[in-house]
Design a binder for this molecule. Structure first.
Ligand SMILES: Cc1ncc(COP(=O)(O)O)c(C=O)c1O
Length: 381
């Protein structure tokens, strides 16, 4: 159902069709509701999407990142280099496995990790690089993987936001080392909650089967053992049933998201000092999960909170993506302070995420563009 122009415009709104709802009801009636045949199907479909590489689904991308770090054998004494302009999962999971996060800055427009800084921060304790890919522009994969290979480092690509983006014609996940996806409701596809880990070979997949389910190993005599305190991250079939249907609709969802982004670029007429994401180019293979804008706070009399409140008063929901990880209370424990990563901090201080989801109409984009232009023009310094 189309949203009326004056109706509240949500920040995210996944499309679950009637066939999927019926499919979920069938799973519920089947008597097998936790991990089972639909998980196998979802993993098979995701694997095909990733050029046949093994894939395991879990309850979230956060679980997948934790398991990826464990699979890579990363723990106390190890350092993981990551971008500080990303979601809390990145710092949390590095610290949770006992490793030390080493944060570097990002590009102001693409928001992707600065690979020159990564290279400079590689030291004797570095074990992995954990970059987050941003919508609209991927981390430079050739350089990233060449650097990792040269320094014998694992790479865990946080691809939570970019399922469907392509690098030189190949899907993210089809190349590289370890890659994680998120199926949270505000991502490109959803399984309500859920995530996936793409690996290199069957041996890694077998290890992940253990790590995602209590660390339990089945012994030849039919009993079980644990040698590692594994988590409990298996995805139920109910969720996998939704994920299978959503993955089939991914191309359509991506096309709609891209059309909405192109409309944002065409109709954006707010203060030219706003920093927009990289402009989409013809056939660039990029997916668009979010549309984030940096506000020119030095040119207006509003704070970011007041700007967001003015949009909220017009029924338009917004978000912040993301706070600076190195300046979180957890990040500061590792000695970071304001001024360390200028682009990350400028983004954290001035960014606003505008609505972008498949349930939006063209008129919704026009309404957001008009509202942003009017609010900024009405509060010039
Ligand atoms: C960049 C990024 N990485 C990881 C995650 C974690 O995803 P999940 O909610 O599936 O754990 C998120 C969630 O928003 C994210 O934005």
């Amino acid at each position: 159902m189309a949203i009326r122009p004056d109706a509240p415009l949500k920040f995210a709104s996944p499309l679950i069709d009637e066939a999927t709802i019926t499919g979920v009801a069938d799973v519920l009636r089947s008597g097998h509701i936790t991990s089972g045949p639909w998980v196998e199907t979802f993993e098979k479909d995701l694997s095909a999407f990733c050029s046949g590489r093994p894939v395991r689904v879990m309850t979230s991308a956060t679980a997948a990142v934790e398991v990826a770090l464990q699979l890579a054998g990363i723990g106390p004494g190890d350092e993981v280099i990551a971008c500080a302009q990303t979601f809390f999962t990145v710092i949390n999971m590095i610290v949770k496995v006992g490793a030390t996060p080493v944060f570097v800055d990002c590009d102001l427009v693409t928001r992707n990790i600065d690979l020159e800084q990564v290279e400079r921060r590689i030291g004797p304790r570095t074990r992995a690089i954990l970059p987050t890919h941003w919508p609209g522009s991927l981390v430079g994969m050739d350089k990233l993987h060449a650097l990792a290979k040269r320094s014998e480092l694992r790479v865990i690509e946080d691809a939570a936001l970019v399922i469907g983006s392509k690098w030189k014609g190949r899907n993210v996940g089809a190349i590289g080392d370890l890659v994680t996806f998120s199926f949270h409701p505000n991502k490109n596809i959803t399984s309500i909650e859920g995530g996936a880990l793409v690996m290199n070979d069957a041996a890694e997949a077998r290890r992940v089967d253990v790590l995602r389910f209590h660390g339990i190993e089945r012994l030849p005599d039919g009993t079980r053992d644990v040698a590692f305190p594994g988590g409990k991250f298996n995805l139920p079939d109910v969720n996998a049933r939704i994920g299978v249907a959503q993955l089939a609709r991914l191309p359509g969802f991506l096309a709609r998201r891209r059309a909405l982004v192109e409309r944002y670029f065409r109709n954006w007429r707010a203060d030219p000092a706003c920093v927009l994401p990289p402009r989409p180019e013809l056939d660039d293979g990029q997916s668009w999960n979010m549309f984030c804008v940096l506000l020119p706070l030095d040119r207006i009399t509003l704070t970011r909170a007041e700007f967001r409140a003015a949009l909220a008063a017009r029924g338009i929901a917004t978000g912040i993506s993301y706070e600076a990880l190195h300046l979180s209370t957890l990040g500061r424990r590792f000695g970071y302070q304001r001024g360390d990563l200028p682009n990350t901090e400028r983004i954290a201080d001035t960014t606003v995420t505008l609505p972008l989801h498949v349930a939006m109409t063209d008129a919704d984009v026009d309404r957001v563009c008009d509202a942003c232009a009017e609010i900024l023009a009405g509060h010039r310094r």
